[in-house]
Design a protein around this ligand. Sequence first.
Ligand SMILES: C[S@@+](CC[C@H](N)C(=O)[O-])C[C@H]1O[C@@H](n2cnc3c(N)ncnc32)[C@H](O)[C@@H]1O
Length: 214
Amino acid sequence: MECCTVNGLDKYFDSENAQQKVEDYLSAGLEERAQHIVDFLKGQGLAGQSLLEVGCGVGGLLIELLKAGAEKGVGVDAAPAAINAAQGLAEKQGLSGKVEYQVLDFAASPNSLSTADIVVLDRVVCCYPKMRELVLPAAQHAHKFLALTYPRDLWWVRLRIMAENFFYWLSRIEFRTYLHPPAKILGAALEQGFQPVLQKVFGEWHLVIFGRQT
Ligand SMILES: C[S@@+](CC[C@H](N)C(=O)[O-])C[C@H]1O[C@@H](n2cnc3c(N)ncnc32)[C@H](O)[C@@H]1O
């Protein structure tokens, strides 16, 4: 399926990138940040819960949430190579009956997807130029929890992102990393009736899990 070329995502997250991520996941499991999302949600009770992961990459996090008891999951990603790899990985793990994957720019077509109990965007907001177009519909799709990770606004993170983007520019790579203001990301989730229930820092990443206010 032809998707989109917003921010050069389909070219940057290509099959080589996906293969490396599959190998990393199979050899070392999830990174600490992503594992923390699984552990928190497991503690809240995953049985019977539906999942939507936006920017799922090769799908390791969805797999772990399903193994931890979630009922079913949908993973979407703008990069066809990531979705191909995710489908292969789910098959290998015997989970293809519980998870569906789709190539989709979620910000462009959020309403083509059903809502879910839990919505996750792990390291995705920084890959997309328009933060609100991702976070608002993600929050609207979540019944119970919304998990977001995004870069912290620190001088060394800014410097690293500037250097990376300069390298991309020099190399004529279309992809750019974005440091969206964390307060605005939080604000977008709060607007949709969520409150932070967990906040944690992992190096350059900020993890916030929001719960719906009742
Ligand atoms: C840095 S990777 C993170 C992948 C995975 N969540 C992880 O943490 O390993 C960002 C992913 O988000 C996807 N992405 C960015 N913007 C997107 C959008 N608007 N809709 C769907 N996927 C998107 C990219 O294609 C890429 O696979």
